[in-house]
Design a protein around this ligand. Structure first.
Ligand SMILES: [Zn+2]
Length: 336
């Protein structure tokens, strides 16, 4: 960020804080928490129940690597009880804002922290397989990592609102049991594709944790951040890879424009290799619209699994009893 933008931001935050006394008093019984990403928003809504008002910044289809906080976002963050974000530089344009909020003693919580502290983050590889020396920010794609974030979120809510600590802890425990069911189902599901075909090719490197969790090789056209644009060499390298490995299908991500993957498809065809595109987009860094199946963390992950299985022509195992939300019939019928 250049100096003038930093200064503008700083002044804006001061102003937003200054107005704090003047704005309409919020419901004293409710915490007001800003959530940057759709995943964090979903978890806080589940954990917080009626006690927390969660303000989302990014909606469905929004790329968090590129998202610039708006002035109204900064105003919301400046007057919230805390800001919960994903972290590991996923929110690539927020560093200065978080720093400024910290200087103003507004609590910011990176929900990836316990995953990093446990040593469960993985390094990033680009297409030339050189270490990029940054932690891969897409940790939530292993449900066991997300369970650690859920525990942290519940603990942080309890610290902010000790009167309801028991409720937050109980909500976290119940939700993590759901995530256990999701992980078991997804493990069984992702094993339906024969081992030698388990290669997931997508727009950018969002699926390393997903691949590691479920025993798949993953390849992204772009690097760990969509800020690293794919060049001609990246396209050619991926084309060679899909031809050599005889990959039948690649996937477009909902928060990344499809043209780069389509370029790979065209270039592969020019070299005599027909490769399909998945039956629908995968959710990578953003979930689906509010109220849709893919608008929940559980639905987002499950829909990705279902989309992958359908695209590979594999069978979908039975949905676990008690795991909510249940996949809609239209989603399951889209096979073939
Ligand atoms: Zn990403």
């Amino acid at each position: 960020m250049n100096t003038s933008r930093a200064l503008r931001l700083f002044l804006f935050i001061i102003a937003a804080l200054g107005w704090g006394g003047g704005v309409a008093a919020q419901d004293d019984d409710q915490l007001t928490i800003v959530a940057t990403t759709t995943q964090v928003h979903d978890a806080l809504t589940i954990l917080g129940g009626d006690y927390v008002d969660v303000i989302p910044l990014m909606g469905a289809g929004v790329d968090p690597h590129l998202y610039q906080p708006t002035e109204s976002d900064i105003a919301a963050m400046s007057s919230a009880d805390a800001v919960f974000y994903s972290g590991l530089h996923l929110e690539g344009q927020f560093d200065e804002v978080f720093q400024a909020l910290g200087e103003r003693s507004i609590r910011t919580v990176a929900v990836s922290d316990p995953v990093k502290q446990a040593g469960f983050t993985i390094g990033g590889f680009n297409l030339s397989e050189e270490l990029t020396n940054v932690d891969d920010p897409h940790f939530w794609f292993d449900p066991r990592n997300w369970q650690m974030s859920v525990m942290l979120m519940a603990e942080e809510l309890a610290a902010l609102d000790p009167d309801h600590a028991d409720e937050y802890a109980a909500n976290a425990e119940a939700y993590n049991e759901q995530l256990d069911l999701l992980f078991e189902w997804a493990t069984e599901a992702m094993a339906q594709v024969p081992e030698d075909q388990r290669v997931l090719v997508t727009s950018h490197d969002a699926f390393n944790y997903f691949g590691q969790a479920f025993g798949w090789t993953v390849r992204g056209l772009q690097g760990l951040s969509t800020q690293d644009e794919a060049g001609v060499a990246d396209v050619q390298e991926l084309v060679t890879f899909v031809i050599e490995r005889d990959i039948p299908v690649m996937f477009i991500e909902s928060s990344v424009p499809p043209n780069a993957i389509e370029a790979v498809q065209e270039a592969a065809e020019a070299r005599g290799h027909d490769i399909g595109i998945g039956v629908r987009e995968l959710y990578s860094d953003a979930m689906g619209a509010d109220g849709s199946f893919g608008g929940t963390y559980i639905g987002m992950l499950a829909q990705n699994v279902i989309t992958i299985l359908q695209s590979f022509g594999a069978d979908i195992p039975e949905w676990p009893e008690g795991l909510e939300p249940v996949p809609p019939v239209e989603l399951l019928e889209m096979a073939e």
